[in-house]
Structures are given as C-alpha cells and as structure tokens.
Design a protein around this ligand. Structure first.
Ligand SMILES: Nc1ncnc2c1ncn2[C@@H]1O[C@H](COP(=O)(O)OP(=O)(O)OP(=O)(O)O)[C@@H](O)[C@H]1O
Ligand SMILES: [Mg+2]
Length: 519
C-alpha cells in the first residue's frame, strides 16, 4: 500500500475542530454543560438547538470571544487556548457572529480590510478592485465607500458573509447568517459555501430555518441545555429524530389554522401610497384579518409595512385607521393611532440594551394598565405578573424577569420584543418577520398569538422572509413584484409555491386591480 495515501487519509480524519466537555458558567446560569462537537475538513455541519441551547456560546468559545470555564478545544488535533478573536483568526477560524461583527462607523471597504493583514501591502487601486470583486461575488452592488451603519440589514449581513468567505480560513462559522437575508441572497450564500467546502473549507452553520439547514448541511449536531444530544449523518433522512432532539420532551404546539373569511369592517386602509419602489399601492386590512405582504427583497412588501409602522415616511398617499387619517413618518404616531409594530431589526429599533427583561417588556405599556391612573405610579405586582405571564407564554429562557436583555440568547431577545406588545391590546399590528431567529416551539407560539389577536378583532399585517410562513398565519396574501401588487391569494390559495411563483414571475404586466385588493 502507498504510505502517502495512508497519511493523507489519516490527516483528513483529524477533525478541523474538536470540542470536548466544554463548560461555560455565567452568574446564575450554566450556558454550556459539557458540550462536545466535531467538525471534519470540507464538511458543512449544522449546529441546531432551541433558543438558549448554547449554540452561540459554544461558537464564542471557539472564536476566542468568551473564555470557557473548563473543557478542551482542539484545532486540527492540537489543543489550543484562545485568549482573543485574533488567536482564533490566526488558527484559521473565521466567524460571523449572530449580532453582526461589522463596525458601523467604518466604510464597507474598511470593514472588509479589518483583520486582513494582507491588505496593508496592497496598492489602493488594487485594493479597491479586490473589494469590488468581493462584493460582486455575493451579489452586492454597493459603493465600497458607504458606511456600514447606513446599510439595510440584509446588505450588512452580506458584507459580513463576503468578509468571512474571503478570510482563507479553514473553518468558517456562521451563526444565523440568513435572518436578514431574502431567498435569493440565501441561494447566493449557499452557492459560495458549497463551492468553498468542495475545496476543503469546513463550515459550521447555525439557523432556525430548518428547511434551509436540511438543504445545505452534510451532518447535524443538536445541543440542548448546553449538552450534545446527538450528531447525525444524512440529516435529511433523519429529520424526525433531529426534530425530537431539538424540542426534547416538549411537544411543539400546532399552530391553529386561519378561521376563514370571517373578517369584519375595514380597520387599516392604505390609499395611493407611494414609497420606493411602489408608485401607487392601495389595500385594506379588516378586523379579524391577517393580511400578508409578500415579495422578494426590494419588491415593496416590506417597504409598505415600514410605512404602516411609522418608520418610513411615504412620498405621498394616506393610511387610515378606522377611517381616521394617521400622520405618518414617526413610530409614536402609529402607536397613538393604535398600530403596534414588531420590527425586524430588533437590536437597532426595539431593545433597550443593559435593561432588564421586565423593563424591556413593560416599556410599551407602562402608560396604561400597569400604571395607577391617579398616582401615576407603576403597580409593581401587576407589572410582575403580566411580565411573567408574557415570558411564560413565549417560553423566554432566562433566570427571571430581572436578567439583563443583553445577556439573553438572540432568539430570546426577539421573544422579549414580541412579549412587549402583548401586554396591551392594539387595533392593528404590523409583524415584520417576527419569527426570524426563534426556535420551532416559539414559532408555533407566535403564529398562535397572531391568530388570537386577529380573532379578538385586530387587523394584522404580516411579512416574512420565509414564504412557507404565510400559509400558517394569513387569511389573505398580497404579492408584490417591482413595486406593484401582482397577486392576491385568499384562504386555501395561500401556498408557498404560489407565492414564490408570483413574486418571481408575475403574470405579464399584470397589476392587481386596486378594487380587487380593496374589496
Ligand atoms: N453574557 C451572558 N451572561 C449571562 N448569561 C448568558 C450570557 N450569554 C449567554 N447567556 C445565557 O446562556 C444561555 C445560552 O445562550 P446562547 O446565546 O448560547 O443560546 P443560543 O443557542 O445561541 O440561542 P439562540 O438560538 O436564541 O441564539 C442562555 O440561557 C443565555 O441567557
Ligand atoms: Mg445564538
């Protein structure tokens, strides 16, 4: 037998990453409890588990950002001690953290050069060309001089992806890279991952979009409560076992279905709305109705939802709530008019970092039933009870209402944003991709909450980056394409394929008759 071949096989058999018995204790909380995990060269490995399972903590330990309490990390067979992100980088480990690690106050070009020492030696013109190529590869048509802080969430996510893919790492770890990405962007990312993996780069991929995971990965490891439950080859064939491992003995709630055409009077009316890229959009959301706005990134669906939330001022047009025109362009005006929004970019728009869960949840409603109408003081008992109930119904994993939101896992932070709006009844709700980053148990819970709000009389406007979600919650879906509303799907017509088809290739030059959507 040829010895060299034997040596190569032996080298390939040594995992790129081998984590053994990793423990991480936070005050009052054990985030990792003996976790183990191996990644082989050139494989794409899915790391799954419910919110708070320990995925990000494990990744931060491997990335040198968090020091484990005890345990062992081996990189290509060598035990290592990682004191900083630089240490990990030097060993060929590149990470996209769940909360983006780009620097907002630097340009795209500067962000792409940070931590990349090779760029110091390169001529500026060559450097600009290199940055352009990196952006082209991930399908971004942006000026490299633009500040990252001014990018939309999906754009900065793709810049982070471009950076990680170009780091020449032997191991690239992506923690929820697609929560802000559309289906097309996700496809671009997957293409890049597959091509690099075929040349030997190993990937760890963390996501709560399980459909996406099963499409991409070669193996799966499931964590629960900081421990490994199992690792599976051929994940697509082992889906039921993997799902069981994620949820443990908690039976996931089945989302209830739409209650059919039972809608009441018009509640939110949108008239002649012009907001880039839409020139003239009109529709009505009725009492007891969940209306989905679907479409690719930039189609207008999310832009219209942002107008309703008060975050964006339209060029022209009107929004009426129960027949009264709302002055647009400020979130608090939308709230005063009775529309609550669950925004997509929760870190920038919704959370008070450093404050407790209790403060974050009761923030939206402290003006109402939590406050004594005469003395204007907060009724602490009521507040505590309401907050605890909201936390329970969404299964927020935390030591208690006093834990700082900044120390919650990503998905649990999203649950806090949603819980905040549940303490009070609003006439209308705008849910912008509410399930991004939450685990399957909580997703079903959020669908139920949305349905229950509609049943109680609210009008709900819903958008999602996952087309399959519309059929779970919506009574009606309006599909947008290049700024026009091109299809209306009702009840059983609401189906993932139908939505994807009309958002990609709408019927030739067909704009939905405004009367059709309004009626
Ligand atoms: N800095 C911290 N201080 C205290 N507790 C923390 C801190 N960071 C994480 N935790 C806790 O550790 C546990 C694991 O969190 P981690 O972020 O690893 O979960 P995750 O699996 O990534 O979840 P998600 O899917 O929601 O992102 C959680 O209970 C979390 O509250
Ligand atoms: Mg996480």
């Amino acid at each position: 037998m040829d010895d060299t071949v034997g040596d190569l096989d032996a080298a390939a058999a040594v995992p790129v990453l081998d984590v053994r018995d990793l423990v991480k204790d936070y005050p009052g909380q054990r985030a990792l409890d003996g976790a183990a995990f191996e990644v082989r060269q050139g494989e794409i490995h899915g790391l799954l588990g419910e919110n708070g399972a320990g995925k990000s903590t494990l990744i931060k330990c491997v990335g040198g950002v968090v020091r484990p309490t005890s345990g062992e990390i081996r990189v290509v067979g060598q035990e290592v001690t990682l004191r900083s992100a630089k240490d990990a980088h030097a060993l060929g480990i590149s990470i996209i953290h769940q909360q983006s690690n780009l620097v907002g106050s630097l340009s795209i070009a500067d962000n792409l050069a940070v931590g990349d020492s090779s760029s110091l030696l390169v001529h500026p013109r060559a450097e600009r060309r290199r940055v352009r190529e990196m952006l082209d590869e991930v399908g971004l048509d942006l000026d490299p001089r633009v500040l990252v802080a001014s990018l939309r969430p999906h754009e900065s996510a793709m810049v982070a992806v471009a950076k990680a893919l170009h780091s020449h790492a032997k191991l690239v770890i992506l923690d929820e890279p697609t929560t802000a990405l559309s289906a097309e962007e996700t496809d671009i990312l997957f293409g890049q991952i597959r091509s690099l993996a075929s040349r030997g780069t190993a990937f760890v991929y963390v996501s709560h979009r399980l459909g996406e995971v099963f499409r991409l990965v070669d193996r799966v490891t499931v964590l629960r409560s900081g421990r490994r439950i199992g690792t599976w080859d051929a994940p697509a064939e082992n889906q039921p076992a993997i799902l069981d491992a994620i949820v443990g003995d908690k039976v996931p709630q089945r989302a209830e279905q739409s209650n059919g055409p039972d809608r009441g009077r018009p509640l939110i009316e949108v008239r002649n709305l012009a907001v880039e890229p839409c020139a003239d959009v009109a529709f009505v959301a009725h009492e007891r109705e969940v209306v989905g706005l679907a479409g690719l990134t930039g189609s207008g669906a999310e832009e219209v939802a942002s107008v309703l939330s008060g975050a964006v001022r339209p060029a022209s047009g009107a929004v009426l709530v129960r027949g009264e025109e709302v002055r647009l362009g400020l979130p608090r005006r939308a709230i005063r008019a009775g529309i609550a929004t669950i925004p997509k970019d929760r870190h920038r728009e919704a959370l008070l970092p450093g404050f407790s869960i209790r403060e974050n949840i009761s923030l939206a409603s402290s003006g109402r039933f939590l406050t004594d109408p005469v003395s204007r003081t907060v009724r602490p008992d009521r507040e505590r009870r309401a907050v605890t109930e909201a936390m329970q119904s969404l299964r927020v994993k935390a030591t208690g209402p006093q834990q700082s939101v900044s120390t919650l896992s990503g998905g649990n932070q999203q649950k806090v944003v949603i819980a905040r709006w549940l303490l009070e009844d609003f006439a209308g709700y705008v849910f912008i991709d509410p399930c991004a980053g939450v685990d399957i148990g909580a997703k079903a819970e959020i669908y139920n909450i949305i349905r229950a709000r509609a049943r109680a009389g609210a009008a709900v406007v819903f958008t999602s980056s996952e087309p399959e979600e519309y059929q779970r919650v919506c009574d009606r879906v309006l599909v947008f394409h290049q700024g026009r509303m091109v299809a209306e799907l009702v009840g059983p017509e609401i189906e993932e394929n139908a939505i994807v088809r009309s958002s990609l290739e709408p019927p030739a030059q067909h704009t939905l008759n405004q009367k059709e959507a309004v009626s």
